[in-house]
Design a protein around this ligand. Structure first.
Ligand code: BT5
Length: 322
């Protein structure tokens, strides 16, 4: 890989609305035209597509269909929180890698992988994470907050994910506490883990899995009637890089809100995004299982459900069957 790759790619990315000549890039970056040409050839080999017009130059028109390390570093340049992103082709689970990396990093960082061989949901359930279709990543924050505050983190983050999806023209709704659905099918699941000590939470490790460009046959059989993707719902594929950029920026905004506001400040908005009202559903938490209808969310994030006999129950993180 050319040592100029990051510089040239940055330049082309920043000028992707117009054509730039090899001569111009060479002058701007103070490198030889041959180096520019060689780097562009190697970028093409890696899946970048350029439109090139004689006497006008190059225009970056398409990104590789796998996560490219240099491009991902570019994507987080504007981040308020993340200066480090680890980009892998295959890992067991980005959550596992994030926990390992915590030993060397106290600052926030992101781990993203094309494929996860042991992607996991809550309670060690399997999360299907094949390559080139989805977004599988873990975001690590270092908030230093009391344990009690963490209970509402998922509620802020789920709004960020659903809002990003809505900007793609799909009717994403939130299924308390940590799923996003479109038309009653699961498009995203996330889980939040923490590290801390008696002083409180030091790190939040938030693992997010989003189906972006899956077609029905891309899902394993057992998910074909329950899962969906953004592409399936909007009828058009998604540029995964653009989605990633929009998502982490929205998550940063929600994280700021989480740190500075109370859940009660966003509760009405959250309730409006939520898809569980007015339906009798099955709620399971540990050994407890009831059929009932959700009636409200408390300011500490607990869900209040009224069962068929009229008794109310409170849940912290129940499984809800739609
Ligand atoms: C979740 O768990 O929904 C949390 C999933 C978190 C995945 C991310 S990916 C990046 C990071 N690294 C990891 O290893 N994990 C995180 P839960 O609520 O327990 O739901 C799991 C259930 O969702 C499974 O039992 C399946 O029924 C279903 N499922 C699995 N893969 C799916 C997929 N790709 N799309 C939709 N549903 C899926």
């Amino acid at each position: 890989m050319s040592k100029y790759k990051y510089k040239i790619l940055s330049y082309l990315y920043d000028h992707k609305e117009s054509y730039v000549s090899g001569q111009h890039i060479a002058e701007q970056l103070q490198i030889s035209r041959t180096a520019v040409w060689k780097t562009i050839e190697s970028l093409k080999d890696e899946g970048f597509v350029f439109d090139s017009v004689q006497n006008k130059g190059y225009k970056l028109v398409e990104f590789p269909d796998v996560w490219d390390n240099n491009l991902m570093q570019l994507m987080i340049r504007k981040s308020d929180y993340f200066s480090t992103i680890y980009v892998d082709h295959e890992v067991t689970s980005t959550q596992k890698v994030a926990h390992e990396k915590l030993l060397d990093n106290s600052e926030p960082f992101i781990v993203i992988s094309e494929v996860q061989t042991a992607g996991r949901g809550r309670f060690n359930r399997v999360w299907d994470s094949q390559g080139k279709k989805g977004l599988w990543m873990s975001l690590v924050f270092n908030p230093h907050i009391p344990f009690a505050k963490i209970a509402t983190f998922n509620l802020f983050i789920s709004l960020a994910i659903a809002e990003t999806m809505r900007d793609y023209g799909v009717n994403a709704t939130v299924k308390w506490p940590n799923d996003i659905y479109i038309n009653d099918r699961k498009v995203c699941g996330f889980l939040t883990e923490i590290s801390g000590d008696s002083a409180g939470v030091h790190h939040i490790i938030c693992g997010i899995g989003i189906n972006l460009n899956h077609m029905p046959a891309d899902f394993p059989e057992e998910l074909q009637t329950t899962a969906t993707s953004i592409a399936l719902e909007r009828g058009r594929t998604v540029n995964r890089y653009a989605f990633f950029e929009a998502l982490y920026q929205q998550i940063e905004r929600s994280y700021n809100q989480f740190m500075t506001l109370e859940f009660s400040d966003i509760k009405e908005e959250y309730k409006a995004y939520s898809n569980i009202w007015g339906r009798t559903l099955r709620y399971t938490e540990g050994k407890k299982q009831i059929f009932g209808e959700a009636v409200d969310i408390k300011d500490d994030g607990r869900l209040i459900v009224r069962d068929e006999a009229g008794n109310t129950h409170q849940f912290i993180s129940a499984d809800i069957e739609m």
